[in-house]
Design a protein around this ligand. Structure first.
Ligand SMILES: NC(=O)c1ccc[n+]([C@@H]2O[C@H](COP(=O)([O-])OP(=O)(O)OC[C@H]3O[C@@H](n4cnc5c(N)ncnc54)[C@H](OP(=O)(O)O)[C@@H]3O)[C@@H](O)[C@H]2O)c1
Length: 246
């Protein structure tokens, strides 16, 4: 699929990996809706960056865990740009809880993480699907994580939520074929604000990785664009982790 002139929605598109994806899609000629829930300044700055290079973008607020807000957001994007062709389900949250501390993994943590990381991605996919079906083509990428493969991550509910994202990717790929391709990308460590306050821990990883490097947001954005372009791929989650899980 040629991404030029396509309309893309990137959730959490103003920061980290989402920002890099928004910029990469705009570089390829796509119009980009940069979603945020709290990070308005970052989303508007991303839009400014795209506009300065002659691209088309708009910042749009919605909490992906709220279905009504998601439907309204998708309606606004379609009104502004005519349709929606691409969705990058990037928005997620975590809580830092030692894996063995089961008592600290309280019900409220499970509910918050699943509402955003899993149901949020489902809400967005469901809201864009009619537009993509009408266009007889579309592609969705869900951001998973190696935490969803290994079971180890910032907290047990986070790792399980990402395993659920990998399952969601497979189920949506079945449910939305043949018009819509649904794939996943599962990064290892990526240098973003996700690691705020834990930068040293992230840097300590590098020497132990086969490729001796932590990924950049641009590495992940590059892969996401390639997967969106790849017409013969659906239902797969591709690991991009400098060999961490090798
Ligand atoms: N960095 C890593 O090492 C790493 C590794 C594996 C996977 N990932 C995945 O990569 C994705 C992006 O993370 P990142 O590293 O780029 O960190 P990040 O900059 O913190 O990105 C998270 C984004 O999610 C958005 N978000 C959170 N809750 C939301 C909600 N309810 N509604 C809408 N947007 C919401 C945030 O926007 P607001 O501030 O506006 O809420 C933010 O833009 C996540 O899915 C994460 O799980 C990251």
């Amino acid at each position: 699929m040629n991404l030029n002139d396509k309309v893309a929605l990137v959730t959490g598109g103003g920061t980290g990996i989402g920002r890099a994806v928004s910029l990469a899609l705009a570089d390829k000629g796509a119009a980009v809706a940069v979603n945020y829930s709290r990070s308005r300044d970052e989303a508007e700055e991303t839009v400014r960056c795209i506009a300065e290079k002659g691209g088309r973008a708009v910042a749009i607020q919605a909490d992906v865990s709220k279905d009504a807000e998601v439907r309204k957001m998708v309606g606004s994007v379609a009104e502004r740009f005519g349709t929606v062709d691409l969705l990058v389900n990037n928005a997620s949250i975590t809580r830092h809880i030692p894996l063995g501390d089961l008592e600290a993994a309280e019900e409220v943590v499970w509910d918050e993480l699943f509402a955003v990381n899993v149901k949020g991605m489902f809400h967005c996919a469901r809201a864009v699907a009619p537009w993509m079906k009408r266009n007889k083509g579309g592609a969705i990428i869900n951001l998973g994580s190696i935490a969803g493969i290994t079971g180890v991550g910032s907290s047990l509910p986070y790792a399980v939520s990402k395993a659920a994202v990998h399952g969601l990717t497979r189920s949506l790929a079945h449910a939305l074929a043949p018009e819509i391709r649904v794939s996943g990308v599962a990064p290892g460590a990526v240098a973003t604000r996700w690691w705020a306050g834990r930068e040293e821990q992230m840097e300590r990883l590098s020497p132990n990785l086969p490729l001796r490097r932590v990924s950049t947001p641009e590495d992940i954005a590059h892969l996401i664009c390639a997967v969106l372009e790849q017409e013969a791929l659906t239902g797969q989650t591709i690991t991009v982790d400098s060999g961490q899980t090798l």
